[in-house]
Design a binder for this molecule. Structure first.
Ligand SMILES: Cc1ncc(COP(=O)(O)O)c(C=O)c1O
Length: 334
């Protein structure tokens, strides 16, 4: 494929099929890390920038967004191509790779938060609001911007084109809710009986419950932060919580067994997708998104020292879901 502009490479990502229960159930993982900045967020960032009023685009205004990293990387890439100024507000403990990615595209990073490892989502949003008011920047406000969810219309169309209307379950991570709700609403127009399952980390409060610390990046909402209007609870049949141990164990399993590097939010979603697959009727097609690439987390999820220092334990996924992997060797030592 020859393109005239890197933005044309957003979307049309491949899909990995993993047969489960000897082919009775199919798990389909949409590989969103094949987008140019390595995450599904390229889709929504382009949609948010395209939805800016023309007068603002022509005035070459600066934009600002608060992000755990992927939205910031995507907006930085798009700003480079579209000649916009962009400032990203990121957590003090965001990985240095994510901060350097934004800077590599020529955008600015302002680091927010105390550095104690807690997510600073509410502080980041406050700072974005302040910069918008005092410095005249345009805050894309991903948690409340309808163009976020609308950015996934193309993703839903690709899923329908590849799998047809026989998708039975859509299981995916939820943060702003754009990817889950935007995709689900489109799919439902063709598949009214689709089961939509949102997955957040244990410690996130989107589906209620006790707030607490979690290390799955980009996903969930910490206690104290606002749940934005992009989360459409009517589009979701069930909300589930997955802890870091289980989410990151899936990341290790996918890397070692399937050669696929995914981030922690994807690990959480796939853990839940496998739980659904245990009980799903024969012929079920379970779709999930690989939200981003594990290459963004080599120094954390895939670093034994980091795992040990955060008391995170990698478990044997093939043993836990033995009923699904009937063809796999019975037990693998790690
Ligand atoms: C790695 C990762 N997973 C999941 C999510 C959640 O996606 P959404 O905001 O569409 O709910 C994000 C959002 O930033 C993310 O970066």
């Amino acid at each position: 494929m020859i393109v005239n502009n890197i933005l044309e490479t957003i979307g049309r990502t491949p899909m990995l099929h993993i047969p489960l229960r000897r082919g009775e159930v199919g798990l389909y993982i949409k590989l969103e890390m094949f987008n140019p900045t390595g995450s599904m967020k390229d889709r929504m960032a382009l949609s948010m920038v395209d939805s800016l009023p023309i007068a603002l685009k022509e005035a070459a205004i600066s934009i600002v967004e608060s992000s755990s990293g992927n939205t910031a990387s995507a907006l930085a890439m798009i700003s480079a191509v579209r000649r916009l100024q962009f400032t990203a507000l990121m957590d003090s403990h965001a990985s240095s790779d994510k901060i350097f990615t934004v800077r590599a595209f020529g955008s600015k990073v302002r680091v927010v938060g105390s550095g104690d490892g807690a997510l600073a989502t509410d502080q980041r949003d406050e700072e974005a609001r302040r910069i918008a008011i005092e410095e005249g920047a345009y805050w894309t406000e991903q948690h409340n911007n309808p163009a976020n969810a609308a950015g996934y219309m193309g993703l839903a169309a690709e899923l329908l084109e590849d799998l047809g209307p026989r998708i039975t379950h859509f299981v995916s991570a939820i943060g702003t809710g754009g990817s889950l709700c935007g995709t689900a609403r489109q799919l439902r127009q063709h598949i009214p009986e689709l089961q939509v399952i949102g997955v957040e980390p244990v410690g996130s409060i989107i589906f209620g419950g006790q707030g607490g610390c979690y290390r799955q990046s980009g996903t969930g909402t910490p206690e104290g932060a606002n749940v934005g209007v992009v989360i459409d609870y009517d589009a979701i049949d069930s909300g589930r919580k997955v802890g870091d141990d289980n989410a990151f164990s899936i990341c290790h399993y996918l890397a070692r067994r399937h050669g696929l590097l995914v981030g922690g939010s994807t690990g959480g979603a796939i853990y839940e997708a496998l739980s659904v697959a245990l009980e799903a009727p024969v012929g079920s097609r379970i779709v999930t998104l690989a939200c981003d690439s594990g290459t963004k987390y080599l120094d954390t999820i895939f670093n034994q020292d980091w795992l040990s220092s955060h008391d995170i334990h990698i478990t044997d996924v093939e043993a836990e879901f033995a009923g699904l992997f009937a063809d796999a060797p019975a037990h693998r030592s790690r």
